[in-house]
Write a new protein. Structure first.
Length: 123
């Protein structure tokens, strides 16, 4: 049964995305759903907050608001194309923080991943 299904997928050209999709799942520790990138970092909120601000500076985005308390933080910025960039940090544990990034109204996965990579580089 499985062989027949795989052969059917191969004939329709669907096997390549199926295999590549499986490979992509293990490639990173983030999820991109409904225009928002979500990741969990093994870093405290207090460590991630300055890294996030530095990453926004590295990318030359213009911050419009910053808020932080003991449980979370939110940074809103604008790109040179005037796209709104929103980064939310949520404390999960003392050593684990959730990051949510949305670029523009509908999201931009490429820019969101770039921001996440810059944040990680600053840790």
């Amino acid at each position: 049964m499985l062989l027949a299904t795989l052969l059917g997928l191969l004939q329709t050209g669907c096997i390549v995305p199926l295999v590549l999709g499986g490979a992509a799942v293990g490639a990173g520790t983030y999820a991109y759903v409904s225009g928002q990138l979500k990741a969990t970092e093994s870093a405290s909120l207090d460590r991630l907050w300055p890294a996030t601000q530095a990453a926004v500076g590295d990318l030359q985005f213009s911050p419009t608001s910053k808020q932080k308390d003991a449980l979370g933080a939110k940074l809103v910025a604008r790109s040179s194309a005037d796209k709104k960039i929103q980064i939310n940090l949520k404390k999960i544990t003392d050593t684990s923080t959730e990051i949510r990034i949305r670029v523009g109204t509908w999201g931009d996965e490429t820019v969101s991943r770039l921001i996440l990579d810059k944040i990680r580089a600053r840790l």
